[in-house]
Write a protein of this length. Structure first.
Lengths: 208, 215
């Protein structure tokens, strides 16, 4: 904690939750720096951040299309059968007239995760290559606003609950899409955990 | 100790909430709002009119909860006859058929989470309004928890979308969303924006202000 007058912001960091001015210290690997007043996590060292983000986001993008278009669940009862893909779940909402809900499901389950993966891939690629500074700044800002809207973890619980619920009415079998989806979810989570956004911002400031 | 803490505001700085850069705000910018020198986002010491925006969204959320819970959220058609279900009747139906864990998950995601979020934000806003200095550390924890659980109320909407796509056999058996789903989707969006528009630093400003005086 700092007492007395402060002239310039060199070597200082601010807590976004309680506005405390903190002297910058370098955290030890594996530990994170928390705000001494409110306990917010402020800094955390991440090893090989950009390389790992690049790897995870690229794998995520490969899994994205099978997860979207292959059936997550197959359902059959009395000789009738149905299947559910992520894209069909959205189309069904739009075609039954619930466009607002359809848009929300489209955005949170398909658009936001896809954009998050694409942005993380583009940022980690450009930071490594050291090019396209203006583009990276734009992408980082977009990531900041979008990352909250990617809700694949909630979607997975939704799939599992539907699976258990429909077992009483007929036969439900998980499809190939479900396995791709679980892989996609893992890749989105891993690439977001590995991504060191503060490091990306610092790199952007240093490079002219 | 907390009362003498040096905040960015006291030192004449402001934090860019997009890229966490400390910006010097001692001198007013020549034109327009102050921008971050690193990312170009708008920088303010406190989010402008955070309290009134959050109040507006929280109240909207409370009003939308009424149609979301009264109107049917799904309609299950079986052999030509449909039975509409509200959120609560759906949960009761699950309990009746013995699926307690699922009933509990849906109860928490669609009823507890939205109400907790709205009540929690309303409580924080009241703290700021009436200068209740009720443990700022705990208030900040409540705020972080609200942000953490926010997206889980989407669970019911995802389930409806999945079931509608899965069970689509016309008159034999199908699941169709109901008007309550639109209201509930709006509740989710409004509460997510409400927790984004609240500025937790306002809670800590109460620590600095002496009691009984409006700052």
């Amino acid at each position: 904690m700092i007492h007395g007058g402060v002239q310039n912001s060199e070597g200082l960091i601010g807590c976004p939750d309680c506005d405390l001015l903190i002297l910058k210290t370098h955290p030890v690997k594996g530990f994170s720096l928390a705000c001494p007043r409110c306990g917010a996590q402020i800094l955390r060292l991440k090893t090989d951040s950009m390389d790992r983000t690049l790897a995870f986001s690229l794998s995520g993008l490969f899994l994205f299309f099978p997860a979207c278009f292959l059936p997550l669940l197959n359902f059959s009862v009395l000789g009738f059968s149905g299947r559910c893909t992520m894209v069909k779940a959205v189309i069904q909402m739009f075609s039954s007239g619930y466009w607002w809900m359809g848009f929300l499901v489209l955005f949170c389950s398909i658009l936001a995760p896809f954009l998050v993966l694409t942005i993380l891939f583009a940022i980690s690629f450009s930071v490594r290559a050291g090019k396209n500074k203006r583009f990276v700044v734009k992408a980082l800002k977009m990531y900041h606003h979008l990352s909250e809207w990617a809700m694949l973890d909630v979607y997975l619980i939704g799939i599992l609950v539907s699976l258990i619920k429909m077992r009483d009415y007929g036969e439900v079998i998980s499809g190939l899409g479900l396995y791709s989806f679980i892989g996609l979810l893992a890749m989105v989570i891993f690439s977001m955990i590995c991504f060191d956004i503060q490091k990306a911002w610092d790199v952007m400031e240093k490079k002219p | 100790m907390t009362r003498n803490a040096v905040t960015l505001k006291k030192a004449g700085f402001a934090l860019c909430l997009t890229c966490n850069k400390i910006i010097d705000v001692k001198n007013a910018p020549p034109v327009g709002p102050r921008r971050c020198t690193r990312c170009g986002s708008r920088v303010e010491s406190r989010i402008a009119s955070s309290v009134s925006h959050t109040w507006a969204l929280v109240l909207t959320g409370f009003f939308l909860l009424i149609p979301a819970n009264i109107c049917p959220i799904t309609q299950v058609v079986r052999f030509g006859s449909g039975s509409p279900d509200t959120i609560m009747s759906g949960i009761l139906g699950l309990i009746r058929s013995g699926m307690f864990p699922i009933a509990a998950i849906i109860f928490v995601a669609s009823i507890v989470v939205p109400i907790f979020k709205l009540a929690g934000l309303a409580f924080l806003l009241l703290c700021v309004r009436f200068q209740w200095t009720f443990s700022p550390v705990h208030c900040t924890r409540i705020y972080r928890f609200i942000g953490l659980i926010g997206k889980w109320s989407m669970l019911d909407l995802f389930m409806i979308a999945i079931l509608a796509a899965l069970v689509d056999m016309g008159a034999v058996s199908s699941v169709v969303p109901g008007p309550g789903a639109t209201a509930f989707a709006s509740v989710v969006v409004v509460t997510l924006f409400a927790s984004l528009s609240f500025d937790p630093r306002l809670i800590w400003d109460l620590e600095e202000a002496p009691h009984g005086r409006k700052s």
